[in-house]
Ligand binder design. Structure first.
Ligand code: SF4
Ligand code: MG
Length: 336
């Protein structure tokens, strides 16, 4: 089936006092209707910037965007702010880690959920209220009609997260962008919210882009996976393929350094040595080379001079041969 969201060679640069930050540096991916793409990477890998750009939320005064973002046949890089405004909350919605970035403390929860519905559908106040109460019920807020007039501070953290999901989904968006939506919640509430998102996706058929640093969450939520490093995708495939037989040394590092959802968090985790790359002065060649233990296996100075490309389909951007990858993966990573 045809991609609902298609991103091609996306480049996002910010001018700062210290120079140009290459936040996204040649990124391509597709998301199909009803499917979930997981994007994983350390902070600063460009995963959040990518999605703010899809929503047109970057600051056009400081950011330069090149490449193509096509949503349901419409090119968004060249879209006006007015056109983006029409898409946001309607065709495309976003849920964040912190619901208080989406919910204002000054208005009731119910009003804030009902508002986008009135704005985008032209519904009356009464219709929008009924629909908002229905959504509050769907996301599991008990006695939704009574909670409609509560302010955000009267909700618990988990309830605010649910309210934000209700607000994001009230217009039945075709694309939902979820950026670390459950990171701040305890494990039980996190599991409930993830289940809820999956149920709502089934019901509404939305495509979801799910951004996280947590591979446990990804394995539960996503169909396909994109691993990002230094503003680029370094590995792509189905979640099953990538988690079972990752091909990129950075993904191997991620797998050994991350606890899994519901797993034994006391297990010894091996962090990836070194620190994330500077986006002001990204490393030459393969951006992972200063932290990679396999450069000598590639030989010469190829890793520090030649940028590995990411081929289409199931692939990794790495100079190691396919045979080397499987050998080193089995030697390095104990399957869990
Ligand atoms: Fe490591 Fe070289 Fe592969 Fe980059 S290209 S991940 S430095 S082996
Ligand atoms: Mg982020």
């Amino acid at each position: 089936s045809e991609a609902f969201l298609s991103v091609r060679d996306l480049r996002v640069r910010f001018s700062t006092e210290d120079g140009i930050v290459k936040a996204v540096d040649g990124l391509s991916f597709d998301v199909e209707r009803g499917k979930t793409l997981g994007i994983v990477g350390e902070s600063g890998s460009g995963k959040s910037v990518t999605n703010l750009t899809v929503l047109g939320l970057h600051n056009p005064k400081t950011a330069t965007v090149e490449g193509e973002i096509v949503l349901d046949g419409k090119e968004l890089v060249s879209a006006t702010e007015k056109e983006m405004e029409k898409l946001r909350g309607n065709k495309v919605a976003m849920i964040f880690q912190d619901p208080l970035t989406a919910l204002s403390p000054y208005y009731t929860v119910g009003r804030q959920i009902a508002e986008p519905f009135m704005k985008h559908t032209g519904a009356s106040k009464r219709e929008a209220k009924a629909r908002a109460i229905e959504m509050l019920d769907k996301v599991g807020i008990p006695q939704p009609a009574m909670r409609f007039d509560d302010y955000p501070h009267q909700f618990s953290g988990g309830m605010r997260q649910r309210a934000m999901i209700a607000m994001a989904l009230i217009c039945n968006p075709d694309l939902l962008i979820a950026d670390e939506p459950t990171t701040a919640l305890d494990v039980t509430v996190q599991a409930q919210i993830l289940d809820l998102l999956k149920d709502l996706q089934q019901e509404f058929g939305s495509a979801i882009v799910f951004i996280t640093h947590d591979l446990g969450v990804i394995s539960k939520m996503a169909d396909d996976l994109l691993v990002m490093y230094s503003g680029r995708a370094v590995e792509r495939g189905s979640v099953r393929e990538v988690l079972r037989a990752p091909q990129h040394p950075y993904t191997w590092g991620l797998l050994s350094s991350m606890p899994r959802l519901g797993g034994d968090t006391a297990q010894a985790l091996t962090p990836i040595p070194g620190s994330p790359p500077s986006l002001l002065n990204p490393p030459s060649g393969c951006p992972f080379h200063p932290r990679c233990g396999f450069t000598s296996e590639v030989g010469g100075n190829r890793c520090s001079t030649e940028r590995p490309e990411l081929p289409e389909g199931r692939s990794a951007a790495c100079h190691l041969s396919g045979e080397q990858r499987s050998t080193f993966f089995i030697e390095q990573i104990k399957p869990r």
